[in-house]
Design a protein around this ligand. Structure first.
Ligand code: ADP
Ligand code: MG
Length: 361
């Protein structure tokens, strides 16, 4: 096992002279401690697969280094890295049995046959493949085949880390929850470093103890699921995490208030370093914004109410911008004129997308 260190890592697929926009990864510094359950979360195209392939050795970065503990592996081939990788789509040998498929990564590693059998049966048990161990892989379902791929990644006891690249893409939705918690249990049992790539916040937040959020080739925040929700360091994180995501309102700070469209929002005096007079963005989650009667807060026009079961979310128009607020229990929405009240202790202040002021956590 190993600590994985990214040192000023950057990558461009474009040959020859490059501008800033030609980089799929832009100067990433990061450390993954040994033994953690990590998620790498970001929208499609932000560079997740590129980063994973650099860690496994399928791609050599154009700039920077990657270290396992203190060993520079930047230019080492995949085979020399002791890393297992599970891809989005199943990689199985159709002519082999499930048992042979699972045992394959242990071949040529001078592992005793009895140890291989025990290991394969253990992994099959964890993944629910015991019943089909001696069947050929070719006529199994896509779900089963992807479980075999997961098993092939998990079977080697000596790997430094396992990388999962959107591994549940082909899995039936009702099985996803189950398989995700299985992976989490396996993480506890095997004590391995796992990096789980996904564009789905629910997958990331339920799997990982620590989430790295990527946006446009860069890491914008690393934190626990709680921290990402409570204290988004970038408006993108606030927007991407949570459903619906954080509201972002452009405004100006005057003293201890924010001005939006001629309206004044009091900010708790405790906010340090408010950037006076500048155009800023005010971020507040729908969870900390309530819909109220007309005149009680910032005027809004109600577009619709989404009933999410436990809560109701009002989709409103605030000075021409879409905004979301919680509808408190017992509040009836009468007509489309209403107002919203922001919890001033839950407001974050951003400049050019970056967090500049928030209450101390
Ligand atoms: P993600 O996995 O987050 O969807 P990728 O790492 O696949 O993102 O892609 C990041 C960027 O690099 C995208 O703009 C994509 O088009 C580009 N890209 C990915 N692979 C290649 C490649 N082999 N050649 C050229 N460009 C690529
Ligand atoms: Mg990808």
């Amino acid at each position: 096992m190993a600590r994985i260190v990214l040192d000023e890592l950057a990558h461009s697929y474009k040959p020859g002279p490059k501008g800033p926009q030609d980089y799929a990864l832009k100067r990433i510094d990061h450390v993954w401690r040994q033994g953690g359950a990590y998620a790498l979360l970001g929208p499609s195209g932000c560079g997740k697969t590129t980063l994973l392939n650099i860690i496994s050795g399928l791609v050599v970065p154009t700039e920077g280094r990657i270290l396992f503990d203190d060993r520079d592996v930047t230019r080492l081939p995949t085979e020399a890295r002791n890393i297992a990788q599970v891809f989005q789509f199943p990689v199985v040998y159709d002519t082999m049995t499930v048992r042979e498929n699972l045992a394959f990564p242990l071949k040529n590693r001078r592992v005793e046959a009895s140890v291989v059998r025990r290991r394969v049966e253990e992994i099959a048990r964890l993944l629910g493949l015991s019943r089909v161990l001696d069947r050929r892989a070719n006529n199994l379902t896509a779900d089963m085949k992807q479980k075999i791929s997961l098993g092939r990644g998990l079977v080697r006891p000596d790997v430094a880390a396992i990388l999962f690249d959107e591994p549940l893409t082909v899995i039936d939705p009702h099985l996803k929850w189950q398989l995700r918690s299985t992976l989490k249990e396996i993480h506890r049992e095997l004590d391995l470093t796992m990096i789980y790539v996904t564009h789905d916040q629910t997958e990331a937040l339920t799997f990982a103890d620590e989430v790295v959020v990527m946006y446009d080739g860069a890491v914008v925040q690393t934190g626990t699921p709680d921290a990402l929700f409570e204290r988004p360091e970038h408006t993108f994180v606030g927007h991407f995490i949570g459903s619906p995501g954080m509201n972002v309102l452009p405004c100006t700070v005057e003293g201890t208030t924010a001005r939006v469209d001629g309206q004044t929002i009091p900010l708790a005096g405790a906010y340090p370093d408010l950037p006076q007079g500048r155009r800023i963005e005010l971020g507040v989650r729908p969870e900390f914004t309530t819909l109220a009667a007309k005149g009680a807060g910032l005027p809004v026009r109600v577009k619709r109410i989404d009933d999410l079961g436990r809560v109701r979310i009002a989709r409103v128009d605030l000075g021409g911008r879409p905004f979301a607020a919680t509808v408190p229990e017992g509040v009836a929405v009468d007509g489309d004129e209403a107002s919203v009240i922001l919890d001033p202790t839950r407001v974050h202040i951003y400049a050019d997308g970056h967090l500049v002021a928030a209450l101390p956590a």
